[in-house]
Design a protein around this ligand. Structure first.
Ligand SMILES: *Cc1c(COP(=O)(O)O)cnc(C)c1O
Length: 466
């Protein structure tokens, strides 16, 4: 499989180089040169397979030419063996044709584990084959950092440094990162804000000499391999409900548009999906886009669903690319307009076509708490604030009631105990594998909000590792 950039001006790459590159050199995102298509017979043959075998079949075309299906299968099996539910991604029935796909049975209790746990293993595999090492540097306000650390811990060819704002993450979030004592992991508590952390990470990446010397990589949500791994659970849910002979709709709580874009990929591959319903919190740039055809950046305000507190949905560019006829130059013009003015308008035809497939619904914090309360009362299900927004969007969409609607649950309720308790009156407990989280020893280094200090720290760490 070959990969092209959404801006059309970066080298065409194979899967292994796309994995390591992250962002394309022309500023675009990598996507497969063509979508692989499964016949209805091939989709039918996925029914009844265990999760890891189904996921291997779905992902195999994307890595073709870089590894064998047997190599991929071994990594995928190892990835999901550590998940705590025997089904990996259980599909639960909430109502007559209403389902929830639980994507929170990985080590950090968020759906990001389903992709990142595999991405860590893919990095190790590809780097070892190339005889290279990499250093992953990232900033987190809480959630992504722990999933990235869990994915990279104890990997031979990978070192990872995660910056978080000191004292500004929840205790659970911090401990999920700082109780990982592996020798290839470092946590930096920066005396500053999340934006300070992110600015310092950007500065390290923009220092090209530094970036090349230490072979810097990122595992952020624009990495194609993350999307690829997420495509699998759309197939998993749909074939469980009778696809390809039944078509489903899905509702997805959305921030950077990575998760729902993976569903769009599944549809391009032949999976019958009628509609994608996007849920947002009051940071609703996507919902406004689907309503108006205009992308208008606004400020970000903190909500009960912090993983969706975004100003811009970075993966949306991949959808724009497809709906502009895969013309990189046209994407580049729109994205440049957006970056310089904070606004862009899709051409009318492209927007109309998008609306055939997508719609958005927004829920502010009060509405989110109301959803959590009413879903608990009517279905018995306790959902975290993100998952509740996804499920609420699915209900608000008022689609054909005879077709299954699958809501993606993206975090375990115990990750957001305060909000869950506020909504339902019951404080959810951590699952057994994290029950002793507060007794485990922590390791972190406090560091000044100073790029030179961070840079020196990283250099010393890498010296000590090689
Ligand atoms: C990251 C995250 C999201 C948003 O997913 P995107 O792929 O960025 O759209 C939603 N819910 C939770 C719990 C998350 O961690």
């Amino acid at each position: 499989m070959k990969y092209v950039s959404t801006r059309g001006a970066a080298p065409v790459l194979d899967f292994d180089d796309v994995l390591l590159a992250g962002l394309a050199r022309d500023g675009g995102l990598y996507v497969p040169a063509t979508w692989p298509v499964f016949t209805p017979e091939q989709i039918r043959a996925l029914r009844g397979l265990p999760y890891d075998q189904l996921a291997t079949k779905v992902m195999a075309p994307f890595v073709a030419g870089c590894m064998t299906e047997a190599e991929l299968a071994a990594m995928v099996k190892d990835t999901y063996a550590g998940f705590t539910h025997p089904a990996v991604a259980p599909l639960k029935q909430l109502g007559a044709n209403q389902w929830v796909l639980e994507l929170f049975h990985g080590p950090t209790l968020a759906f990001k584990d389903y992709a990142l746990q595999l991405v860590g293993r893919l990095f190790d595999h590809v780097l070892k084959k190339k005889g290279q090492r990499t250093l992953i540097v990232g900033a987190t306000s809480g959630d992504t950092g722990s999933a990235a650390i869990e994915a990279c811990r104890d990997r031979d060819a990978v070192d990872i440094v995660i910056l978080h704002p000191k004292g500004r993450t929840s205790d659970v979030q911090r401990r999920q990162m700082t109780t990982v004592l592996s020798s290839n992991v470092r946590n930096l508590a920066v005396e500053g804000t999340f934006d300070d952390c992110q600015d310092m990470v950007k500065a390290l990446f923009n220092d090209h000499a530094f970036r090349d010397q230490y072979n810097l990589s990122a595992v952020n949500s624009i990495n194609w391999a993350r999307i690829m791994a997420q495509v699998a659970y759309y197939f998993w849910a749909a074939v469980s409900l009778g696809s390809p002979d039944v078509s489903i709709s899905v509702s997805v709580p959305t921030g950077n548009f990575g998760n729902v874009f993976a569903g769009y990929v599944a549809k391009q591959m032949g999976l019958p999906v009628d509609r994608f319903v996007v849920g947002s919190n009051s940071n609703d740039i996507l919902t406004r886009f689907f309503e108006t055809g205009k992308m208008v950046a606004d400020g970000v305000s903190p909500t009960l669903s912090p993983s969706m507190d975004i100003q811009v949905s970075s993966n949306f560019e991949r959808l724009v690319f497809d709906f502009l006829g895969r013309e990189g130059a046209a994407v580049d013009r729109l994205m440049t307009e957006f970056r310089t003015t904070g606004t862009m308008a899709m051409p009318q035809g492209a927007w109309t076509a998008m609306r055939e497939l997508f719609e958005g619904h927004r829920f502010d914090d009060e509405a989110t708490l109301g959803l959590m309360r009413s879903l608990k009362a009517t279905t018995g299900e306790t959902l975290d604030p993100h998952s509740a927004i996804g499920a609420g969007a699915g209900l608000a969409a008022k689609l054909n009631p005879s077709s299954p609607m699958v809501a993606l649950a993206t975090a375990h309720p115990a990750k957001f105990p305060d909000a869950v308790e506020k909504a339902t009156g019951v404080r959810p407990g951590l699952p057994p594998h994290l029950a002793d989280l507060f007794e485990r020893p922590e390791r972190l280094d406090v560091i000044a909000n100073d790029i030179a200090a961070v840079r020196n720290y990283v250099i010393d760490f890498v010296k000590g590792r090689s």
